[in-house]
Design a protein around this ligand. Structure first.
Ligand code: 8X3
Length: 248
């Protein structure tokens, strides 16, 4: 049984990954901002869970919550840096700075804070795994994706740097870069416009959050000497950020 900390566990890929990890028998720290959602998830899981309700972009809250984890949930064997979102899909010259701030704060700074808070115990034990959730958007920028794409490119680059820096310490550092995954992602990006969000997925067979969770499980369950460093996971209907086999 491993102890796995998942950020952004209150929905989408984070939620599905928590379900999968619990099915595999792991102990889980569920982190997110929405306590009622975390409580709902906690009720469904059969293995021990601990809730941590905080905003990853709040640096003080991140370090306090990690420091105060109950003994039964320490040390963390696997960190899954999943929290993050897209806000807006606008030309750079028209985009809102608040949206850009929100994406940099969670997708980049939040991921860095959580990593920095957990890394020392992994270095001390010479063991541990960090899985960052990137995106196809970090591999190929697309029009109007600007800062979202940049934030995910940062996740990709930081993952590589972290793997280099920790190479002599026995850590497994990797990232998974999904393409189109049908979750609340587009609804958040389009600020609650459900119709617009549905159009993103309605004429292709998108990935489900559970599909991504399966690959994360594969990364974790691989033997200790095996690191899945970089997985790009696409729906079969998607060949790149731009080439999508839409049926209509
Ligand atoms: C989400 C995938 O293609 O909408 O990260 O940017 S995409």
């Amino acid at each position: 049984m491993k102890t796995i900390l998942i950020t952004g566990a209150s929905s989408g890929i984070g939620w599905a990954t928590a379900e999968k990890m619990s099915q595999l028998g792991h102990r889980i720290v569920l982190c997110g901002r929405r306590e009622e959602r975390l409580l709902e998830l906690q009720k469904k899981l059969k293995t021990p869970t601990h809730l941590c309700c905080f905003d990853i972009s709040d640096r003080v809250a991140v370090f306090q919550n990690i420091e105060r984890l109950p003994e039964a949930f320490q040390p963390i064997d696997v960190l899954i840096n999943n929290a993050g979102n897209a806000h807006g899909l606008d030309l750079s010259q028209e985009a809102h700075l608040d949206d850009w701030d929100a994406m940099i704060d969670s997708n980049v700074k939040g991921l860095l804070y959580v990593t920095k808070a957990i890394l020392p115990q992994m270095i001390a034990r010479q063991a541990g795994q960090i899985i960052n959730i990137g995106s196809i958007a970090g591999k190929e920028a697309y029009p109007k994706g600007n800062v979202y794409c940049a934030s995910k490119a940062a996740v990709d680059s930081f993952t590589q740097g972290l793997r280099l820096d920790t190479n002599s310490h026995g850590l497994r550092i990797g990232a998974i870069h999904p393409g189109l995954v049908e979750t609340e992602f587009s609804e958040v990006r389009f600020k609650g416009d459900q119709q617009r969000a549905e159009l993103v997925y309605n004429d292709i067979e998108a990935l489900s959050a559970a599909d991504v969770a399966e690959s994360i499980a594969f990364m974790i369950e691989a033997p200790p000497h095996v690191t899945l460093a970089d997985i790009t996971l696409l729906p079969t209907d998607q060949a790149s950020a731009f080439v999508i086999n839409r049926k209509s």
